[in-house]
Design a protein around this ligand. Structure first.
Ligand code: 4AD
Ligand code: MG
Length: 460
């Protein structure tokens, strides 16, 4: 079979020649003597038109084909200079591989994204989701390319762990115990020593702690894998299962970290604009009208950089606009993040040096003793897309911070070892992959950029 992509990209080579394609019917309108099928084969955003005639033995079967049917078509590619598309296939043979039942839910009209979520197994056959999921795949490739070209080592960190990297207590427990009849310890707690791993375990919220160990061996590494958070946040940008990219760089500080993040995002934008022009034009026309201008603007400017303290000053002056009022020490809400990036900076911006109280235990304490060397990258339309920091590389300071937070040293022996054996300044960040896909496609809901979304009360 030829692909429709190949035909579109090399039309001169195929014109007036025989081609054979396999695909699914997007529409089928027939008359007594001939009919037109619009066929999408999944390899290219545009479908291709097929003309068939009553000279074929199975003309009646083809005419009866509903939207969604799978066909293999053999015929000649002919030029159609007056039509919307410059060519079509004059079929010589059409094989109905699999008919489609009449209750096929995707008809030739616009369905709402909400409705399409209820048929997640069929929505990749629509224009929008075909574009989203091809771009998602290209973004993943571009991210690997960015790091691999820079000799970063791709590390696979475990999905089952016994640590809580972010310390937010938002973990999905992993257990083989029947919790209703679980063995108990003397003081009445569940006795996890009898569980599969001999202790309490959970799905990872981040690969960072393991990633750091490899950065202390390879210098530059990255992870790219699923992470899980039992956050009870029913928003358009939170999922319970999402993918994260976590580079970690040794002999590097927060500025190096931000440079890396900015370089990566720009590389990914450039790659997708170059490699998915049809999809990106579609998003720009039907999903988010300013998308291409915005992304091109990003390529031609530098990200903003502002400290948390300065950002809070700006936000405080605009407190009348916010549901949650801002003051120094508070965590920034989505409305504040979006205000900063959309209205103040009008481009992606790094907010740095947050109060230590609202950030994780591993971040490097600044000279002021109050803030940490953290950075969040905020982008228009979404807010936080990246969270990162320089890590506390001093053993005593890290232990002191862990004690303040009530973290047990025994649970972090391997992590503390890194500060005993050849410690050096190092930094890293986590890019939320789905948020990155939202940013590049203009899609407004995280449920629409992951094939089978897992969110609060939804695991279908
Ligand atoms: O800011 P976070 O929590 O940072 C970390 O996990 C660090 N360990 C990263 C590091 O320094 N190696 O998460 C990083 C990013 C966020 O900026 C956001 O884009 C995404 O992960 N994220 C989520 N995406 C979808 N659904 C959720 N529930 C998310 N929580 C975080
Ligand atoms: Mg964060």
């Amino acid at each position: 079979l030829t692909t429709v992509r190949e035909i579109f990209k090399n039309k001169e080579a195929y014109l007036d020649k025989e081609v054979q394609v396999g695909g699914w019917v997007r529409s089928n309108r027939g008359s007594k003597a001939f009919g037109f099928v619009v066929l999408n084969d999944g390899t290219y955003f545009e479908p291709i038109q097929v003309v068939y005639h009553d000279t074929m033995d199975n003309f009646a079967d083809i005419s009866k084909c509903n939207v969604g049917a799978a066909l293999i078509v053999r015929g000649t590619l002919v030029a159609t200079p007056e039509a919307k598309q410059p060519f079509e296939i004059q079929a010589e043979e059409v094989t109905v591989e699999g008919p489609s039942a009449p209750d096929y839910p995707l008809q030739k009209k616009r369905h709402s994204f909400e409705y399409l979520r209820t048929i997640a197994h069929l929505r990749p056959r629509t224009n929008t989701f075909q574009a989203v999921f091809r771009v998602r795949s290209l973004i993943a490739y571009a991210i690997h390319q960015y790091f691999q070209e820079r000799q970063f080592v791709y590390v696979h960190t475990p999905l089952i762990t016994s640590s809580d990297c972010e310390g937010a207590g938002e973990m999905f427990q992993v257990t083989t115990l029947d919790l209703k009849n679980a063995p108990l310890t003397e003081d009445g707690a569940i006795d996890y020593s009898q569980d599969f791993f001999g202790k309490e375990t959970n799905l990872t919220v981040s690969g960072q702690l393991n990633g750091e160990t490899y950065a202390m061996a390879f210098r530059n590494i990255y992870t790219f894998g699923p992470t899980f958070r039992a956050e009870n946040s029913n928003t358009t940008r939170h999922a319970a299962e999402f993918w994260m990219i976590e580079p970690e760089i040794a002999f590097a500080d927060l500025d190096d970290d931000m440079d890396l993040a900015e370089g990566m995002l720009k590389h990914v934008i450039r790659y997708v604009l170059e490699n998915a022009p049809e999809e990106m034009n579609f998003f720009n026309s039907f999903v988010d009208k300013g998308l291409l201008d915005r992304l091109n603007g990003v390529l031609n400017s530098e990200f903003g950089r502002v400290t948390y303290t300065d950002a809070v000053k700006i936000l405080e002056e605009n407190n009348h606009r916010f549901e949650y009022k801002v003051s120094w020490g508070c965590d920034l809400q989505t409305e504040h993040e979006r205000f900063l990036t959309e209205e103040v900076f009008k481009r992606p911006v790094f907010v740095t040096d947050y109060p230590k109280e609202i950030k994780a235990f591993y971040m490097k304490l600044n000279e002021d003793g109050k803030t940490v060397a953290a950075m969040d990258c905020l982008v228009p339309g979404i807010g936080e897309i990246i969270g990162g920091s320089q890590r506390e590389d001093n053993y005593d300071k890290l232990v002191a911070r862990m004690e303040e937070l009530g973290l047990k040293k025994e649970d972090y022996e391997f992590y503390l070892d890194l500060r005993r054996f050849g410690s050096t300044r190092h930094a890293g960040f986590g890019l939320g992959f789905e948020r990155c896909v939202m940013y590049l496609t203009g899609m407004g809901n995280i449920r629409d950029v992951i094939p089978f979304p897992r969110t609060v009360k939804n695991c279908d």
